[in-house]
Unconditional design. Structure first.
Ligand code: PMP
Length: 467
């Protein structure tokens, strides 16, 4: 893509102004926003995005861990346009349906672990998690266990920002000055191998996390707990990979206590770890429910889905008697244009062997990224396949953090952007979660840029007296 933008600079300035004056952005630091406003991203193609001034960047975050098949896929656009022209929207309430929603539900049932054959649609990840908890409560009410209401989540988990999803979320700073539904949620410790107690082996650490779950169930009572929800790899909370066997053991404890196991695969689904679903293929778990969004449509249209086990579906679908209906769902549940986008997206993932690419290129990306560990501020480089993270610290030995005002994550991201790469700052972390079509050449370019960016960051931290 090469366009000449400079002549548009007046339009760009006007857009920038409109945005700054009227658009309340999600997750915005207003101390920067009032001053700097936003960068307008206007164009995209494959692994690249371009801003309004024509600067081109490698997209290192797949939009927001979602553009799995890469940008500018005309065939997804065409599938959406065809569907919008033929029948853009009609209700899916009251025994009405549409072709893409039906096709996609069947396709998801085919791709998902064998016991998950039923799909409840929503518009994104938060809504999928929110709807799930309502369905779980409904399920236990219907089987005569109305006290089973509490949901176990984990510190630093990210499950979204609807009221209930925000309450499941365990990243404390996300909920500063917001209220949460604390009577419904209990947070356990996250699995953080990098910051586990000193001198504790990985196996002992795993034992301690499983024991914490058992003790929590003992304390609250299994009769009061409905479900445990977990991301297979914790994403926004720091790309935390749990110790070997953790998820399967947590699930076994849940099973033994009649507690449902919900896998939030909003990020890990649709190829990011080399499989359509990571739960069974990577982590050897058989969740009762898997939630997906993001990569489901590669972000080309808003869509979320809750995949429900046959066992749960049997209860949810048992008629309540005359006039009793399962009264939940959204105007846009099974939106035909979003479902058409998802079907084409899945076709591309399968046709181009994108999961194979992640299994092939992912370990190379991990290996190459880890060569950056020598940088002064790099405490840890972790993650798996196309879901990776750099943890920046002030001191490698003590693992002490730099002061928040040093904005180390922002600094690294800024240096990278100056050099043509967008990565995501989250506090003192930098997340790399690219489109799943990077090859080894792109990985090499990215690692070179990060190498320079980390060196430049150390220098500016020194110049500003933080190191
Ligand atoms: N769950 C996880 C694991 C996520 O990472 C996210 C979004 N980053 C969500 C849920 C929420 O999804 P959405 O923003 O589409 O509501």
């Amino acid at each position: 893509i090469s366009r000449s933008h400079p002549s548009q600079s007046e339009d760009v300035q006007s857009l920038w102004q409109k945005d700054r004056d009227h658009f309340i952005h999600p997750f915005t630091d207003f101390s920067l926003f009032h001053e700097q406003g936003c960068d307008l991203i206007t164009d995209s193609d494959g692994i690249y995005v371009e801003d309004a001034y024509g600067h081109r960047y490698i997209d290192g975050i797949a939009g927001l861990w979602c553009v799995n098949v890469g940008h500018g896929r005309g065939e997804i656009g065409q599938a959406m346009a065809d569907q919008a022209t033929r029948m853009a929207y009609f209700s899916t309430f009251n025994n009405l349906s549409n072709a893409p929603a039906a096709e996609l539900a069947a396709k998801l049932a085919e791709l998902a672990p064998a016991h998950l054959n039923h799909v409840f649609y929503s518009c994104g990840g938060s809504a999928a998690n929110d709807a799930t908890i309502r369905l779980v409560h409904y399920y236990f009410n219907r089987v005569g266990k109305p006290h089973k209401k509490r949901i176990l989540s984990r510190n630093n988990a990210y499950h979204g920002t609807t009221y209930l999803a925000a309450s499941l979320t365990g990243i404390k700073s996300n909920n500063w000055d917001f209220d949460t539904l604390d009577h419904l949620v209990t947070h356990l410790s996250e699995a953080n191998l990098y910051r586990r107690p000193e001198d504790m082996s990985e196996a002992d650490y795993c034992d301690s996390l499983v024991s914490e779950l058992e003790e929590t169930i003992e304390r609250i009572g299994a009769d009061n707990i409905a479900a445990f929800i977990a991301e297979p790899i914790m994403g926004a909370g720091g790309v935390l990979v749990a110790p070997d066997g953790y998820h399967a053991r947590m699930q076994a404890v849940c099973r033994a206590n009649d507690i449902l196991y919900i896998a939030d695969e909003v990020v890990t689904g649709f190829g990011r770890l080399g499989h359509f679903f990571a739960s069974e293929a990577v982590f050897d778990t058989q969740p009762d429910i898997i939630n997906v969004a993001k990569g489901l449509s590669s972000g080309y249209a808003p869509l979320g889905a809750t995949l429900i086990s046959d066992e749960l579906y049997e209860v949810l679908s048992t008629p309540q008697g005359p006039g009793g209906v399962l009264s939940t769902g959204f105007t846009y549940s099974g939106h035909p244009v979003s479902c058409a986008a998802a079907l084409k997206n899945i076709e591309i993932i399968e046709r181009e062997g994108i999961c194979d690419n992640v299994r092939e290129t992912g370990p190379y990306l991990e290996r190459r990224l880890k060569t950056l560990a020598h940088h002064e501020t790099v405490g840890d480089i972790r993650g798996s396949h196309f879901m990776l993270c750099i943890e920046n610290v002030a001191d490698k030995t003590s693992k002490a953090l730099l002061p928040v005002e040093a904005r180390v994550g922002d600094r690294v991201a800024f240096e990278a952007q100056q050099r043509g790469l967008i990565i995501r700052p989250v506090g003192h972390l930098n997340i790399v979660s690219p489109p799943l079509i990077w090859d080894r050449d792109v990985v090499d370019r990215v690692v070179d840029i990060l190498d320079e960016s980390l060196a430049a960051t150390s220098q500016t931290l020194k110049d500003d007296g933080y190191l």
